[in-house]
Write a protein that binds this ligand. Structure first.
Ligand SMILES: *Cc1c(COP(=O)(O)O)cnc(C)c1O
Length: 229
């Protein structure tokens, strides 16, 4: 059957090579997971990513993700990379990892769900280290307080931090944003969380993110082409 994304296998090879080179330049010694962001594309994007050796797919909207999952037979590991409403926390059941824990109230709701299902929910805490008012997540000051409070919530497990850099930022601002997230992960680890992951880097900035220590990059357009939406 014809592929919807015929250049995908080559792009995966090239991006993996760039990830490895950036990791070695950065010197943080991490391995980097490639998360293929399939939002706005059909289920074939996830199937073809899986066949190209990328089992992790990211979606930013729950409803779109669930409908895509129902059409994909391959054992894709789904990541929820966008905001989650508190009344939808039970949908986390369908995801390997939630990247965008962005408020205390959401944390309480996720904890309650984890306790109910008797299995703590793995989450990344979203941090706003660029200071942009339009970006979600905890500021560095808020995180200092929240990291201790999160440690008292047994229904979730904070396995790292996530951030989004400003669009079209200078390399200096990108590096500051990513280094800020790396520091946030340290704050979380110091509060006792098993925080080892750092989800940062998208199509336009992933090499800098990896140089700054990213363990997961979320890449859409560099794999699947530009989105119309
Ligand atoms: C869309 C999206 C991405 C991927 O963006 P690209 O620029 O297409 O690589 C990464 N992270 C989040 C949270 C997104 O919403």
């Amino acid at each position: 059957m014809a592929m919807h994304f015929p250049s995908l296998p080559d792009r995966v090879v090239e991006i993996r090579a760039r990830l490895a080179a950036a990791a070695s330049r950065g010197g943080h010694g991490q391995s980097v997971k490639l998360v293929a962001v399939t939002k706005t594309h059909g289920p074939e994007a996830a199937v073809e990513a899986f066949e190209a050796g990328v089992p992790d797919c990211g979606e930013n909207r729950v409803r779109e993700a669930l409908s895509k999952m129902s059409e994909v037979d391959a054992p894709v590991l789904w990541h929820l990379i966008g905001h989650l409403q508190r009344n939808k926390v039970s949908e986390l059941e369908h995801f390997a990892l939630f990247h965008a824990l962005d408020s205390s109230r959401l944390a309480d709701a996720v904890c309650e769900f984890g306790l109910k299902r008797q299995h703590a929910v793995d989450v990344l805490v979203q941090v706003n280290t660029s200071g942009e008012a339009t970006k979600g997540g905890f500021s560095p000051e808020e995180l200092r307080v929240e990291s201790d409070r999160l440690a008292s919530l047994p229904g979730l497990r904070v396995v790292g931090a996530m951030t989004m850099a400003p669009l079209d930022a200078s390399e200096l601002v990108l590096r500051q944003t990513f280094a800020g997230a790396r520091h946030a992960r340290q704050v979380l680890a110091s509060a006792g969380h098993p925080a080892i992951e750092l989800s940062m880097g998208m199509s336009n900035d992933y090499e800098i993110a990896v140089e700054e220590g990213a363990t997961m990059v979320r890449i859409g357009s560099a794999l699947f082409g530009a989105r119309d939406q």
